[in-house]
Write a protein that binds this ligand. Structure first.
Ligand code: AOF
Ligand code: ZN
Length: 340
């Protein structure tokens, strides 16, 4: 199963809205005779990729390992269960069930007399496909926030000086994290104050008052969605920029509307990279937080905080997340947290 997970990861950033899947086939003597993975949405599934490399009969009586239950439906590709049955495998070992309601591969394989062993390294398998699970079971976009702070939780001084808080090693890791997300999302405040490039295929900006300059670096690359106050009228002929009218809620753009709109436009996961206001606005909808921490202290209460969106008088009102991972990018660390 470890090999399946490694193979699956080769598809990272390319399979959305599909899952990351890897497959290993053993013959009846327990020798690995083929491997495969899902490389891109629309391409062969991992099981098909592995089995098509074999002659009929080679895998007869063997074992197939796959991190996700084989599909049993016709999508862009035919059912993997049929091919597994045709190849005469004796046993199929799966990491986790497929949350896609169209799929019932386990029953189909069992009905064909194949032994199915379930739940092998299930936690690792679920972690790998956390975006796909949320998409399929809740029909919504997976939301993550990335922030880089000092030890005292600051992302900039009071006048906005922030370059740089974390080291180059940590900042390189941010580029790797971005690749896992369909889109990155930021605010007009960030674009107006930092003029960041934020290289990515799809970018989202919340620009209620249409205050950003389309000559800013942010607009020069990628497919861009701009959400703005529905009462205004945008003026632009840049063909990589789509303006989306957005209703207001609680004095700001309606986040629920934005997330629905993104899901309907095929953005299955989004990484929020912005300041304390926007981070705060998204917090209630956030599945995961990446918090880089540099061993530095600003020591000024007027400095900007990574989450700054409300007044709180009782500590029990604090939002609670659960620590999943701590990774060193010396001299900094990265905390990965999930909603409890
Ligand atoms: C994948 N790769 O290796 C497996 C998947 O439209 P299709 O035919 O590509 O079907 C997509 C569905 O197939 C997907 O939602 C998931 O439920 C199932 N399994 N998908 O892209 C794979 N095994
Ligand atoms: Zn399949």
């Amino acid at each position: 199963m470890n090999i399946c997970l490694e193979l699956a990861m080769k598809g990272r950033g390319k399979t959305s809205p599909n899952p990351l899947v890897g497959c290993v086939v053993l013959d009846k003597d327990g020798e690995i005779i083929s491997t495969g993975y899902h490389s891109k949405c629309g391409e062969n599934h991992a099981e098909r990729d592995a089995l098509l490399k074999l002659e009929k009969g080679q895998a007869k009586g063997g074992i197939l390992y796959v991190n996700l239950e084989p599909c049993s439906h016709y999508g862009k590709t035919p059912p993997c269960t049929d091919l597994i049955i045709e190849h005469g495998l004796k046993t199929v070992v799966i990491g986790m069930r497929d949350p896609n309601p169209k799929v019932d591969g386990v029953s189909k394989l069992r009905a064909a007399g194949i032994e199915v062993i379930e739940g092998v390294m299930v936690d690792e398998c679920r972690k790998l496909n956390e975006v796909f699970i949320v998409n399929q079971s809740e029909r919504r976009t997976f939301v993550a926030i990335k922030t880089a702070t000092t030890l005292d939780g600051k992302i900039a001084t009071s006048n906005g000086s922030s370059k740089w808080i974390t080291s180059e090693l940590a900042r390189n890791e941010v580029k790797i994290i971005r690749e896992k997300y369909d889109a990155i999302l930021t605010s007009s405040v960030t674009v107006n104050s930092d003029n960041p490039t934020m290289l990515h295929a799809k970018k989202v900006i919340l620009d209620r008052n249409l205050s950003t300059d389309l000559a800013a670096k942010f607009y020069q690359h990628g497919e861009i969605f701009v959400f703005y106050d529905e009462k205004l009228t945008p003026k632009s002929d840049k063909n990589n920029v789509t303006f989306i009218k957005c209703p207001l809620k609680d004095g700001g753009l309606d986040i629920e509307f934005i997330l629905k709109e993104l899901y309907n436009r095929g953005v299955m996961s989004v990484l929020v990279e912005s300041g304390g206001r926007l981070n705060g606005a998204f917090l209630a909808y956030t599945d995961k937080i990446y918090n880089f921490i540099a061993p530095k202290i600003v020591g000024d209460n007027k400095a900007k905080s990574s989450f700054d969106y409300r007044d709180v008088f009782d500590i029990s009102e604090a939002e609670v997340f659960e620590l999943s991972e701590v990774v060193k990018f010396l001299p900094d660390i990265l905390l990965i947290l999930h909603r409890k």
